[in-house]
Design a protein around this ligand. Structure first.
Ligand code: ATP
Ligand code: MG
Length: 424
């Protein structure tokens, strides 16, 4: 029997890789443009890192984590997200003592969820994190960065920003009591999940998607009515900052996010085009996390974006990404030409730095080689036969549109190909 990939874990095939590469390239440029530096952490960490940061009573830790004992019985886990790892790394390498840090990451994450469109067991996130900066201004920067991405991708009309505040730890502790009281008084209306959460993580009940719970949730006490001055000011500063920067947003009082480490600002970029998997990018402030992981008091804020969801959205709204074909395909006629062609191609690559040149390396007659040249999508075929070998020339045959075949010496060929690459 042939071995297949694991459920919910997908291969990226060559035909689909340009969409990823184009998006990844754009993200790198964007992060650079805002002064964010990349961080790469291991895919495996001690399980405890995620339990201590994300929280024991969260979906991720309760049921979604790929955690298992290693060969010495230590529990390790495939990272379900990257915020905890980044904080761990920043602490381990003393970055928290070096002033404000703007970092970003991109890579695979793992969650044992029920696979469906926009939800996989290995998926990819790009994220941005800022350490050492309190106040809402940096939150606005993080949102502006993403807003710029939506514009660059041509999807800003289909994606909107929702914000909320979770207040300070003290606000949340007081509010938690009120919620527990309210939901306990109405416990006969709670579904099974919510009953479980009542003891462990009552805020998450607000996040329930169960239609039968909606009226109860709607009437629940609001955190916004229970905020102290500090949180109110912070939230106002955020709204003023967003308005001043021209970013549209709406306040969603039910936005609580699924991870324990958030405080003050939380936000999501959502779309109506992906069904119930409508959150493309999500984040918030997590000032308590650094101390929770044993570090010094350090304000922190960030977001993470699901790359697969964004690509599904892009394909739906903008269409499939075009692949990037070769400029030229080299056809080598005869054994001597086959042997010499690779060396000649190297000289062309030296002289035309951006050249995308594919060599025929498997022989064959003219007809077979030209067929491959055509299928490669290249703009021209470069032909090397006995005649070309003798004087170091190339015959150039356009494969798209009209144009006659012509034979050019090396310098002319370089000019020809340079012009071709400049059309990119
Ligand atoms: P959801 O409510 O959809 O489960 P989440 O709150 O678990 O999302 P986060 O942990 O905040 O998601 O992750 C940030 C982003 O990563 C999500 O908004 C989404 O775009 C993406 N994401 C999360 N889980 C998956 C998954 N299993 N497959 C694909 N993308 C995912
Ligand atoms: Mg989830």
């Amino acid at each position: 029997m042939n071995i297949k990939s694991l459920r919910g874990m997908h291969d990226l095939l060559p035909a689909d890789s340009s969409a990823w590469q184009q998006l990844e390239g754009r993200l790198r440029e964007l992060m650079q443009a805002y002064g964010y530096s990349e961080m790469r952490t291991p895919l495996l960490e001690r399980t405890d890192l995620f339990c201590r940061s994300i929280g024991d009573a969260t979906d991720i830790v309760e049921k979604e984590m790929y955690a298992f004992p290693d060969r010495h019985g230590e529990s390790i886990a495939l990272r379900p997200e990257n915020t905890a790892s980044c904080v761990r790394a920043a602490l381990q390498h003393g970055l928290m003592r070096q002033g404000a840090q703007r970092i970003w990451y991109m890579g695979p994450m793992f969650r044992y969820e029920r696979p469906q469109k926009g939800r996989y067991r290995q998926f990819h996130q790009v994220g941005a994190e800022v350490y050492g900066v309190a106040g809402a201004i940096v939150e606005v920067e993080l949102m502006l960065l993403t807003a710029r991405l939506w514009r660059a991708l041509g999807i800003s009309d289909s994606i909107r920003l929702e914000i909320n505040t979770l207040g300070t730890d003290a606000d949340r502790t007081a509010y938690r009591e009120k919620l527990i009281q309210y939901f306990s008084d109405n416990s006969e209306q709670l579904d099974e999940d919510s009953q479980r959460r009542l003891g462990s993580n009552p805020l998450r009940i607000l996040d329930s998607k169960n239609p039968e719970m909606q009226a109860l949730i709607e009437a629940a006490p609001k955190l916004r009515d229970n905020l102290g001055d500090e949180a109110t000011q912070h939230f106002e500063q955020l709204q003023e900052g967003l308005s001043a920067a021209g970013v549209e947003f709406s306040i969603n009082p039910r936005l609580v996010r699924g991870l324990d480490y958030y405080s003050h600002t939380v936000f999501e970029w959502v779309t109506d085009h992906l069904g119930s998997q409508g959150t493309v990018c999500a984040g918030g402030r997590y000032d308590g996390l650094v101390t929770q992981l044993g570090g010094p008091e350090t304000p922190a804020v960030g977001w993470a974006m699901g790359i697969e969801r964004l690509l599904v959205l892009l394909e739906e709204l903008v269409g499939a990404a075009e692949s990037v074909p070769a400029h030229a395909y080299l056809v080598a006629m005869g054994d001597a030409a086959q042997t010499a062609a690779l060396g000649m191609s190297e000289r062309l690559r030296d002289a035309v730095p951006n050249l995308r040149l594919t060599n025929n390396v498997s022989g064959g007659n003219a007809k077979a080689q030209f067929k491959k040249a055509d299928r490669s999508g290249a703009a021209v075929a470069l032909v090397v036969g006995e005649h070309e070998l003798s004087d170091g020339s190339f015959s150039i045959k356009p494969l798209r549109g009209d144009g006659e075949q012509q034979t050019l010496d090396f310098a002319q060929t370089v000019n020809y190909l340079t012009v071709l690459t400049e059309k990119d």
